[in-house]
Ligand binder design. Structure first.
Ligand code: ADP
Length: 351
């Protein structure tokens, strides 16, 4: 066998790699591509093809050319489009056997890139959310130090606004802390034995005044039988507080919010385990189906102005989703415009 062709062991090794790999000979022609490489390129790659006709991205072509010349390893980015999905790869060029050849291997770093982007977006969102009340606070402080210094009426009015802006910042920070705590504890075992009926009663009692203020009748339909599960009690309390508060805040126009608890055995999502279903239903304006899949994203709001008006942070449902996941449950959102919305939480009882 000619020493310009890959040996049998090199061929076997490339075929066994779990990532795309392409071996280019010293003459700049393809020696071998594994199956993952062919999938990545989405076209046939034949031995003997010049590499420029296979790899069409200048950055990679330059890196490969340089490594073919000086046998120094290099890495570069490679973008691949498959349908509507764009993937980002790190492409490594390294000298290989036979003599003078270069092996290019591709590591998919799309998830890493996406996580980085999400982190940057999150920081930008938090900064933006904090900046608005902060700017307003600074404006009022300046006014109180200057033009309104001796105006008692203005001072009382401005201090009222400042207190509500500060409260908004406090809610945001407290929701951010909740979210990070839930994330940090995601893998800790659940230790509290929680009875769902009494837990829901206590949420109802806590929110009774709030409901009354909003002209909403809060109805809890709880069964006689006890429904127990292993859970994180404070976190479950937060889930139902957030859902019922939202129903009052956004669906209160319907005049009634119904909280229902029942056993839900035999649901496919429970895979044979017994379960409990808690639903929170309002009869308000409802949510356009367009928004439903995105409601649990951090800072996603249907109407930002309205959310701020009622003291929302845009984090409530993100927290709910995390906690429900930690309890291996499912959150379902059903809504009809003009009729109302139902949030239901299915919890397995045998965790
Ligand atoms: P917020 O702090 O803004 O209330 P959430 O994450 O709790 O944030 O909710 C996200 C958005 O979902 C809200 O801004 C609101 O637009 C919408 N929403 C939540 N619950 C309801 C509901 N019961 N009826 C109508 N819209 C709702």
């Amino acid at each position: 066998m000619s020493d310009t062709l890959p040996s049998q062991s090199t061929t076997a090794l490339l075929a066994a790699l779990p990532i795309p790999a392409l071996l280019v000979g010293a003459d700049g022609r393809v020696l071998m591509a594994n199956t993952h490489m062919r999938d990545l390129l989405g076209s046939a790659v034949a031995r003997g093809q010049p590499y420029v006709s296979v790899l069409r991205q200048p950055a990679l072509v330059d890196a490969l050319e340089a490594t073919l010349k000086d046998a120094t390893p290099r890495k570069t980015r490679y973008l691949a489009q498959s349908g509507s999905k764009e993937s980002v790869y790190e492409a490594f060029c390294a000298p290989a056997a036979p003599e003078g050849s270069v092996l290019i291997s591709f590591l998919d770093i799309s998830d890493l890139e996406q996580a980085g982007q999400m982190r940057r977006d999150f920081v930008a969102n938090v900064s933006h959310e904090l900046r608005t009340p902060l700017t307003s606070l600074m404006g009022f402080i300046e006014t109180l130090q200057g033009p309104a210094k001796d105006d008692a009426a203005a001072r009382a009015q401005f201090l009222g606004i400042m207190a509500s802006e500060a409260a908004r910042m406090e809610r945001l920070v407290s929701d951010l802390l909740s979210l990070s705590r839930v994330e940090a504890e995601e893998r800790l075992p659940l230790r509290d034995t929680v009875e769902l009926g009494p837990l829901l009663s206590s949420v109802r009692n806590t929110l009774a005044a709030r409901a009354e203020e909003a002209g909403v009748t809060l109805v809890a339909e709880l069964p006689e039988e006890s429904i127990e599960l292993l859970a994180h009690a404070d976190q479950l309390l937060q889930v139902f507080t957030n859902l019922i508060e939202n129903a009052i805040k956004y669906g209160g126009a319907g005049g009634k919010v119904v909280v229902k608890l029942r056993r839900a055995d035999g649901q496919p999502a429970l895979r044979g385990q017994s379960g409990a279903l808690v639903s929170v239903t309002d009869f308000g304006a409802g949510i356009d189906p367009l928004h439903i899949p995105r409601l649990t994203e951090r800072f996603y709001r249907v109407d930002s102005h309205r959310s701020r008006e009622v003291g929302g942070t845009g984090l409530g449902l993100a927290i709910v989703k995390h906690i429900v996941q930690r309890h291996r449950g499912r959150l379902k959102i059903e809504s009809e415009l003009g009729k109302g919305t139902e949030f239901s939480v299915l919890l397995p009882l045998g965790v």
